[in-house]
Design a binder for this molecule. Structure first.
Ligand SMILES: *Cc1c(COP(=O)(O)O)cnc(C)c1O
Length: 435
């Protein structure tokens, strides 16, 4: 399997090179040259397959001959060692809980797969790798956890001081070992800018192999196709195809679903559900993507004003707006609506939603009202409510139960380096720490 840039101005590369580079030299994002297609018999066997088996079979199509089967089996078995249950709330609505990984958010899927893939590729080359990641919270903790103790790889996390939740900060900053957290006096956008600058800096490139762990890396996208198949497997066969509602920010999660559909999974419709950061729903209406500064909301992991995976969506549909509109239906919701649905779902079903998943439920409800024929909806639950305890308390009047693995972090001491919002210091830090 070869990978190409969405901008078509870089050579095609192997999976290994695409993963270790992060993004293409022309600034585009890597995509498979051809979207692999699943055999019919895979879809027939699907209901009997466990998650790691699904991951191995789908993953093998993206890996081609670059990863020996027994290594791929080991990677997916270790990466996905937690359940991925589909929970029914009423007759039509289902919740796919992607929140049972170590950091309680769906980003564990991407981060854990990527860490093991990079470890394999780096071991092969014998080089030392530095992974840089800018985070508004969830990405950093998933990446830090996933790479902890991986030999040959050092991780540098940039996060905005004072703008992540306490639980998120503890998950980023208490690990130590090969993980360093830089607490940047600036916004998430500043962190992202610094990371991007480091990735293209010639002085850094000369001395170290630096790559990105942000959602542009194809190694994070590939595993985000797996759970769409797992959801369909658990839902079971029926005449009506499922509708997937995806709470979205950078649109990596939704892009994983679009790939799964292109690979052969039966899907009636995707719903792009956003908070007030609605540039993609707006694009679906007007045909124009107008990026803007992100707005702060209670579903902060989706506060993105210029979604990085949008380029992949447009690429996948060859810029055909009508085709994009046939597959993706967009809608956006306010914080008030989000709090209200959290309250209503708790009251009606005794089920506690985190604010991101709540946006997905709103998306499904809105779509289902206009499309009575849509028989079955699957909302991707992107985080565990305990990660957003303050918001949950506001919505339902009580704090959610704290899972053991999150509580364990809260007692540990924070270890981070306060860092100015300036590139020369970052350059110096990266170069010095490598010697
Ligand atoms: C990252 C994140 C999202 C948004 O996912 P994208 O792939 O960026 O669209 C939604 N919810 C939670 C909890 C997240 O951490």
């Amino acid at each position: 399997m070869k990978y190409r840039s969405t901008l078509h101005r870089s050579p095609e590369v192997s999976l290994r090179e695409a993963v270790l580079r992060g993004s293409a030299p022309d600034g585009g994002l890597y995509m498979p040259v051809e979207i692999p297609h699943l055999q019919k018999d895979f879809l027939e066997r699907l209901p009997s397959l466990a998650f790691p088996e699904i991951a191995r079979e789908v993953g093998a199509l993206f890996a081609g001959d670059e990863i020996p089967p027994q290594i791929l089996t080991k990677i997916v078995t270790e990466a996905f060692n937690f359940p991925v249950p589909l929970v029914a709330l009423g007759e039509r609505l289902h919740i796919l809980e992607l929140s049972h990984g170590p950091t309680l958010a769906f980003k564990d899927f991407g981060a854990r797969f990527m860490a093991r893939l990079m470890e394999y590729f780096v071991q092969e080359s014998g080089k030392q790798l530095t992974v840089i990641v800018a985070t508004s919270g969830d990405t950093g903790s998933a990446v830090a956890q996933a790479f902890l103790g991986v030999s040959g790889i050092r991780v540098v996390i940039l996060y905005p001081a004072g703008r992540v939740s306490d639980a998120q900060e503890k998950q980023l900053t208490t690990l130590g070992q090969n993980i360093t957290a830089l607490e940047v006096s600036g916004s998430f956008d500043d962190c992202q800018r610094l990371a991007k600058q480091a990735l293209v800096d010639p002085a850094i490139a000369e001395k170290l192999t630096l790559t990105s762990a942000n959602s542009i890396n194809i190694a994070r996208l590939i595993p985000q196709t797996f759970y769409y198949f797992a959801a369909a497997a658990q839902l079971g066969p029926s005449e009506s195809l499922p509708v997937f509602s995806v709470p979205s920010g950078n649109f990596g999660n939704l892009t994983g679903g679009l790939l799964a559909k292109r690979m052969g999974l039966g899907v009636a419709q995707f719903i792009a559900a956003t908070n007030a950061n609605d540039v993609v729903p707006e694009f679906l209406r007007s045909g124009k993507l107008i990026p803007r500064a992100s707005r702060h909301t209670i579903s902060n992991a989706m506060d993105v004003g210029n979604p990085s995976n949008f380029a992949r969506i447009v690429d996948l549909y060859d810029n055909d707006l009508q085709a994009i509109r046939r597959d993706i239906w967009g809608c956006s919701f306010s914080d008030e609506e989000t709090l209200r649905i959290m309250h209503d779902v708790e009251e009606r079903h005794g089920y506690v939603l985190d604010p991101h998943t709540a946006v997905g439920v709103l998306g499904w409800q809105c779509f289902a009202k206009q499309n009575q024929s849509a028989a079955r909806g699957i909302v991707l639950a992107t985080a565990h409510p305990a990660k957003f305890a303050e918001v949950v308390e506001r919505a339902v009047g009580a704090r959610p139960n704290m899972p053991e693995r999150l509580a364990a972090f809260l007692d540990r001491p924070k270890k981070s380096i306060s860092f100015p919002n300036r590139f020369p210091e970052l350059q110096e830090f990266l170069l010095a720490a490598n010697t």
